[in-house]
Design a protein around this ligand. Structure first.
Ligand SMILES: NC(=O)c1ccc[n+]([C@@H]2O[C@H](COP(=O)([O-])OP(=O)(O)OC[C@H]3O[C@@H](n4cnc5c(N)ncnc54)[C@H](O)[C@@H]3O)[C@@H](O)[C@H]2O)c1
Length: 246
């Protein structure tokens, strides 16, 4: 029996890339996974994949920016499964542009999804975890939230804020046995990075000591460890997983 048997896990941005890698890995370990995403078609496909593997999944077509919809989705998961043990705030977007060309929309949308989305989800889940006196929240930040990156003032700000969010919340809820951690991935092969120009991808790889892009599975391995009882004394920290980039 796996440690995650019958654990209830909610992953945002779960229909592709890192989020799907995390959701699938939890399901393979016996967890029930609630998939949240704005891509309805992919979401249903991925729910089907989990069920075909013998797992349990809920597909929730929700925008993490929509506070009311987020609350309803979380209530639905709790109604179906009686609780939530792990929340992974993974949904994220980029609108890369040099700061002088960045529009208000580029700023608002990135902060809205990456930071306020995580706030909305956490706010909807936290009272339940407090009552339950257990829970793990994993926030997917980025190495650029630690180093900065030209063309990503909006994105890097959102990811740096997620680290501060993690550290602060961990200090508030630790006494109730709720752990909050952040992960800062480097260059990971997903649809998000696939769209980057070839020279940019090449530059990222050259800066990565292991000379390869990470995979969603690499990230999932760390998320599973941090969500497990093996990490029961870890909270308020950020874990870089970047193949030796920074
Ligand atoms: N790929 C990388 O190199 C890398 C590196 C560091 C951090 N990250 C972070 O990891 C996370 C996942 O990245 P990815 O590469 O898998 O991206 P991706 O674009 O492949 O997948 C993101 C998923 O989030 C969903 N999503 C977007 N906006 C949403 C919203 N408002 N509500 C709900 N779902 C929404 C998308 O539909 C998509 O399924 C992001 O937070 C990203 O910033 C990625």
């Amino acid at each position: 029996m796996s440690e995650f048997s019958d654990k209830r896990v909610l992953v945002t941005g779960a229909s592709r890339g890192i989020g799907w890698g995390i959701a699938r890995a939890f399901s393979e370990e016996g967890a029930k996974v609630a998939l949240i995403d704005v891509n309805e078609e992919l979401l249903e496909e991925k729910k089907g994949e989990i069920e075909n593997m013998g797992g349990s999944a809920l597909a929730l077509n929700v925008d993490v920016c929509d506070r009311e919809a987020v609350k309803k989705a979380v209530e639905k998961v709790i109604e179906e499964w009686g609780g939530i043990d792990v929340l992974v705030n993974n949904a994220g977007i980029t609108r890369d542009r040099l700061f002088i060309r960045m529009t208000d929309g580029d700023w608002d949308s990135v902060i809205g999804v990456n930071l306020t989305g995580a706030y909305n989800m956490t706010k909807a889940v936290i009272n339940h975890m407090l009552r339950q006196r257990s829970g793990v929240i994993v926030n997917i930040s980025s190495v650029v939230g630690m180093t900065g990156n030209p063309g990503q003032v909006n994105y890097a700000s959102s990811k740096a804020a997620l680290i501060a969010f993690t550290k602060s919340l961990a200090k508030e809820v630790g006494s109730r046995n709720i752990r909050v951690v952040a992960i800062a991935p480097g260059f990971i092969a997903t649809e998000m990075t696939e769209k980057l120009p070839d020279d940019v991808k090449k530059a990222y790889l050259e800066r990565t000591a292991l000379r390869r892009a990470g995979t969603p599975q690499d990230i999932a391995n760390l998320v599973l460890f941090l969500s497990s009882d093996r990490a029961s004394f870890i909270t308020g920290q950020v874990y870089v997983i970047d193949g030796g980039m920074i």
